[in-house]
Design a protein around this ligand. Sequence first.
Ligand code: NAD
Ligand code: IPM
Ligand code: MN
Length: 344
Amino acid sequence: MPKVIVLPGDGIGPEVVGAALEVLREVAPDLTLEECRLGGCAYEAEGDPFPASTQAALADADAALLGTVGGAPDSPWNTLPRPLRPESGLLRLRQHLGVYANLRPVQVMPGLEHLSPLRPEIAAGVDLLIVRELLGGAYFDPRREKGAEAAFNTIGYAADEIERAAEHAFGAAQQRRGRLTSVDKANVLEVSELWREVVTAQAANYPEVQVNHEYVDSVATLLVTRPERYDVILTENLFGDILSDLAAVLPGSLGLMPSASLGEGAGLYEPIHGSAPDIAGQGVANPAGTILSAAMLLRFSLGRSAEAERVEAAVRAALAQAPTRDLGGTASTAELTAAVVRAL
Ligand code: NAD
Ligand code: IPM
Ligand code: MN
């Protein structure tokens, strides 16, 4: 029986994960679901945001489903030594699992164009994939320091770190519309120059994929004005973090955006949004991004594409009937989840 580690986390995490579990239990009742702690809740209970108990449970797991971690702006968690903060727990989890390729699909599902704040002619038909390198760059570079008068971080990449993420992006482009846009800042940064060289060299192995390179600042505009230009976007960790939150404007809410993080072993699945302290505990969070992440888990870690498609179709139907508050609707988390389960 496949084993999935469930990490509700902090803030709205338990609310959106609870919704995804209702759906998973319906479409995959044979799964073993084991709940563990990650983030601020783990620090409070076990003194570590990525505790040994969670690490041990992951050892024989097929996948992990995560909600969100982190506190409000005034949370005492934000002044803990950095390794003890909730966000460090998440970064350590990603590193522990070796999940270097973060897939963040951006889709405006047919019939849901009206949920986008953008004009329907821009939003309609959007279907792109951001492949974000997840274990490199400023997030993990040990060359970092903070003093009272000065501080620095470093964006370092080794060629093989670029290569392995790019491989995922090329593979995805082959399966999709055959276009790959590599996003960098090569007009200013040496690390982007290397990024561009590595991607260009790799392109020779994928003659059927059409590759181009664009600067991240320009992509920030084009992504939300001419999204049809993009099929697969490949970019480094920090650029990918920012561009994917921006891309959420296309479908209409951060709450709609799922992700899959893949590497050598078990995959990690999580919505791209944070713990939303401003609405936590109110039962109004949009669970769609987490439910769609569970669909990605079924597809990529368990090879259950038919079930994944069933879930995706049900989410689409439910959002048409019962949009949540972030989408201009009135449905609660529970009401949208019930609509998804009914539509399965
Ligand atoms: P956020 O994504 O939590 O919230 C931004 C805005 O989007 C808020 O107004 C929030 O209410 C709204 N929102 C987000 N998800 C939603 C959903 N599912 N339904 C409805 N509305 C939703 O970003 P933030 O406020 O910058 O960060 C809050 C905390 O979350 C911080 O501690 C941050 O470090 C953490 N964070 C965690 C993750 C993660 O766990 N992967 C990701 C981003 C931020
Ligand atoms: C995300 C989040 C995380 C990131 C933070 C919480 C570490 O913003 O998953 O997008 O920056 O990767
Ligand atoms: Mn982010």
